[in-house]
Design a binder for this molecule. Structure first.
Ligand code: SAM
Length: 432
């Protein structure tokens, strides 16, 4: 590991006092990595029954199915990962899930990529309500969108916009806003060594100024009585406790419910800061323009004919929005107008209508594939071959099919004359 900045160590020593030697020793201990079971797909108990020995699950399993595994395992290349059965997430970052209120239905994850907390929020929501996951960096937003798809989330719009752009249009709309802020990353030094040379006191100040602006935007988008969750993966007070102290001074209608710093010497994880604030109730109500669904009757008719053949009677619920390029989405009821934001995903992607044929999307299989009529069930070894692009022989009747591993959808195939052609997206395939 690279040498830690002298000034950083000095600040930590002043902050931690007697605990400082234990903190320093934590850098020599092995890293904890986290795995969170996707409860949209299965329960933690079912996952444990299914998971082979190499998962080495141990430690605590929380209600959300969080566990830790040793370094060196390539769980990201496991078929269950491709099937969205779990998300690999740093253990202390997962703890933010504990702050989620029991009930919430209009949720904004303002700094969302790559999607650890978005997918955690979605699991809590169990498909109900509206989740908007925003990431300012378009390249990172694409990764976020892929993770939302892999986890089979159907009620999430993935967008890319600045917090300022969103705050202008979505005032008072959300009952829960999560700000997992970009920060100086002091809790990431072990996991991402390039965070070490990037650290300086100037950078801490720059991050704090940026967080202040993001929090200000977030506060505007929260409804009266709503909840704001703030988190960072840094220990600097300027970005954590002092940031919130200044925020509360500037926003008297907010109050602090709790705040907690997770240090690596006191918890199995690399470190995090998390807090919950709530906005006072009031009579005010938001006036938000609803999302304008663009209907295309011909495309909808084609989808309906496809559904009758593909599903076992299941009819996906929601308004169907067809873009000018033919891509079709199932938009959750109550979606607000998102003009000004770059839209990457608008709920569950259904497929594409080219004016003559409807072609189902990979996302459709991931979100609703368990309800398909034609299913090609594969073992874990066969699943790896499917993920590499192989075709399979099968007695399935001709038509679009869902390919599964142990009953969990991996993607699409098309049965033609005793062969199931591989329709797993080329860009997502498993490399040898
Ligand atoms: N919540 C994510 C998760 O759990 O996977 C991690 C978010 S990461 C800590 C912070 C994100 O904020 C980064 O993806 C970064 O691109 C984004 N970001 C950077 N500058 C920003 C800004 N000015 N406004 C909003 N987000 C910003």
């Amino acid at each position: 590991m690279q040498t830690l900045p002298e000034k950083f160590l000095q600040r930590m020593q002043e902050r931690l006092g007697d605990e400082y030697p234990a903190f320093l020793a934590s850098y020599k201990a092995p890293s904890y990595r986290g795995l969170r079971v996707n409860t949209l797909k299965l329960s933690p108990a079912d996952f444990l029954e299914l998971a082979p020995a190499e998962f080495m699950l141990g430690g605590q399993i929380t209600e959300d199915g969080c566990s830790f595994y040793t370094e060196g395992e390539r769980l990201g290349a496991d078929p269950y990962h491709f099937a969205g059965l779990f998300y690999l997430q740093e253990p202390s970052a997962m703890r933010v899930g504990e702050l989620l209120p029991k009930k919430f239905c209009r949720v904004l994850d303002l700094c969302a990529a790559p999607g650890g907390k978005t997918t955690q929020l979605a699991a809590k929501m169990q498909g109900a309500g509206i989740l908007i996951a925003n990431e300012i960096d378009y390249g990172r937003a694409k990764i976020l969108s892929e993770n939302v798809e892999r986890m089979g989330i159907s009620n999430c719009a993935v967008i890319s916009a600045s917090p300022e752009t969103l705050a202008e249009r979505l005032q008072g709309y959300f009952d829960l806003v999560l700000v997992d802020a970009p920060c100086s990353g002091e809790g990431m030094f072990k996991k991402e060594e390039n965070a070490i040379p990037a650290w300086s006191e100037e950078n801490v100040k720059m991050c704090a100024a940026r967080q202040k602006k993001i929090l200000d935007c977030a506060s505007k988008m929260l409804c009266a009585g709503g909840r704001l969750i703030y988190s960072t993966c840094t220990f600097a007070e300027e970005e954590d406790e002092w940031q919130l102290r200044d925020f509360l001074k500037a926003h008297p209608d907010f109050s602090l419910q709790m705040q907690q710093k997770l240090y690596p010497h006191a918890f199995q994880g690399e470190g995090h800061f998390m807090a919950t604030l709530s906005r006072a109730p009031s009579e005010e109500t938001a006036r938000i323009r609803p999302f304008c669904i663009q209907r295309n009757r011909a495309a909808e008719k084609a989808f309906s004919a496809f559904s009758a053949d593909f599903f076992d009677g299941f009819v996906p619920d929601g308004g169907i929005h067809t873009l000018a390029d033919g891509r079709m989405y199932l938009v959750p009821d109550g979606m607000p107008d998102l003009t000004g934001a770059h839209l990457l995903r608008l709920g569950a992607e259904l497929g594409e209508w080219n004016g003559r044929f409807f072609k189902p999307a990979h996302a459709l299989a991931m979100a609703f594939g368990t309800r398909a009529r034609r299913i090609l069930s594969l073992t874990r070894e066969e699943a790896k071959r499917y993920l590499r692009g192989e075709t399979f022989s099968s007695a399935l009747e001709d038509g679009w099919a869902v390919v599964t591993v142990d009953g969990f959808p991996l993607g699409l195939g098309k049965a033609v004359g005793g062969t199931v052609k591989n329709h797993y997206p080329k860009g997502l395939r498993l490399r040898s």
